[in-house]
Design a protein around this ligand. Structure first.
Ligand code: SD4
Length: 325
C-alpha cells in the first residue's frame, strides 16, 4: 500500500504548518502520570505511512507534546490527495459527497471529535479545537463546519478527480451497499508518547468508501476508534467501523492492558471478541495497534495484510502485523 506524500515533508515543520491557527499555541501543562517509565518519544501509526509517522516523530524529538505531534503527523495524510481514505482525495459516500470523521485524545483524558464534516481538510486539528475551545466533545456535520470556519479554517473541495472517477464507476453497478474489503481500510490512527512519557493520539478518516450519506464509523468515537488512558496505555483501530463500534474496541484494548495484558495480548483478545460474534471467517478487516506505559507495542488484525509504522530512536519503519487468518 504505497503512497506518495502530497506535501513534501520538508515543507512541514512545527513552525510552518498552519493547519490550525491554534495547533501549537496551547501551553503544555506538563502534567505527567504517576507511572512514567518511558521517556524516549515514539510514534505508532496504522498502515504504511512513513511520512506522517516521521513527521510526528521529528516533532516529538524537537519537544512537541504527544497531542500536537499526533495532529501534525496525521495532517500529512489528510493533505495527501493520493490517499483515498483520509482528508482531501478521500473516497466519497454513495451520493458523491466526501465527509470526514476524526477524533483526538490527550494524556489528561480529554477528547474532541468531529463527525461527517464536509469541505474541511484537517479534521484532526479541528477535533483538537473542539476539545480545547468548546465545552463539548463531539461536533457534527454543518455545526462542525461552521465551527471550523469560525476558527479560521477554509472550505475546500475534497473530491479529487480520480476519487470522482472511481465513484462514477462504482455507481454503474448501482450497488448501494457499502463495499467492504480490506483494500479500503486506510484510516490513519496515530499513537504518540512524548518526552514526558505522556500518551496522546489522533484518528482521521473519510470512512468506508461509498458509505450511506450520514454514516459515521468508529474513528471519531472515543473508546471505539481511539482510546487513551495515560495511566495505562493507548489503542487505535482501523477497518470496518461497525464491528469496532459494537465492541467498543479501543477502550476494550486499554482496559485489557489495565488488567495486566500486554498490548499484543490485548489486541488479540479484542479481535477475538469480534470474531466470537461471527460464524466462520468474516469477509471484513479490523485491526488494532496499542502501546502501554512501558513502551511495549502490540498489533493484530483479522485478515492478513495489515501493518503499522513506527518511529522510534529516530528511525521510521513499517512492521507487518500478525492476523487471525
Ligand atoms: C470507518 N474505521 O469509518 C473506518 C474505516 C477505515 O480506512 O478504517 N478506513 O469505519
Amino acid at each position: 500500500m504505497k503512497r506518495r506524500a502530497f506535501i513534501d515533508r520538508s515543507s512541514l515543520s512545527l513552525s510552518s504548518l498552519l493547519i490550525s491557527p491554534k495547533i501549537f499555541s496551547t501551553p503544555m501543562k506538563n502534567k505527567t502520570s504517576k507511572n512514567t517509565f518511558q521517556k524516549s518519544p515514539y510514534v505508532l501509526s496504522t498502515w504504511n505511512v512513513p511520512s506522517a509517522t516521521q513527521e510526528a516523530g521529528i516533532a516529538l524529538e524537537q519537544g512537541a507534546n504527544a497531542l500536537d505531534a499526533a495532529v501534525l503527523g496525521v495532517a500529512v495524510e489528510e493533505a495527501n490527495i493520493l490517499n483515498t481514505t483520509v482528508g482531501i482525495g478521500g473516497a466519497p459516500d454513495r451520493d458523491g459527497v466526501v465527509s470526514l470523521d476524526a477524533c483526538v485524545m490527550n494524556h489528561e483524558g480529554n477528547g474532541g471529535a468531529v463527525v461527517a464534516v464536509e469541505n474541511i481538510i484537517h479534521v484532526a486539528a479541528l477535533a483538537k479545537d473542539v476539545m480545547e475551545h468548546t465545552p463539548h466533545v463531539i461536533l457534527a456535520s454543518k455545526g462542525a463546519q461552521k465551527f471550523a470556519l469560525d476558527q479560521g479554517y477554509t472550505k475546500e473541495n475534497l473530491l479529487s478527480e480520480s476519487s470522482k472517477k472511481a465513484w462514477l464507476k462504482w455507481l454503474e453497478k448501482g450497488n448501494y451497499t457499502p463495499e467492504i474489503n480490506i483494500e479500503n481500510h486506510d484510516t490513519i490512527g496515530m499513537l504518540c508518547s512524548d518526552g514526558d512519557g505522556n500518551l496522546s493520539g489522533a484518528c482521521t478518516t473519510s470512512g468506508l468508501a461509498y458509505k450511506m450519506h450520514g454514516r459515521v464509523g468508529d474513528s471519531p468515537i472515543l473508546g471505539s476508534g481511539l482510546f487513551i488512558d495515560n495511566e495505562v496505555g493507548s489503542a487505535v483501530a482501523t477497518g470496518v467501523g461497525e464491528e469496532v463500534l459494537k465492541t467498543v474496541g479501543s477502550f476494550l484494548v486499554v482496559e485489557l492492558m489495565r488488567q495486566g495484558k500486554t498490548p499484543q495480548e490485548a489486541c488479540e483478545i479484542a479481535i477475538g471478541r469480534i470474531l466470537s460474534k461471527q460464524v466462520g471467517k468474516p469477509n471484513f478487516q479490523v485491526a488494532y495497534i496499542a502501546t502501554n506505559k512501558k513502551g511495549e507495542i502490540g498489533a493484530f488484525s483479522i485478515q492478513k495484510g495489515f501493518s503499522y509504522t513506527q518511529h522510534k530512536n529516530k528511525k521510521t519503519n513499517n512492521v507487518p502485523s500478525n492476523s487471525a487468518f
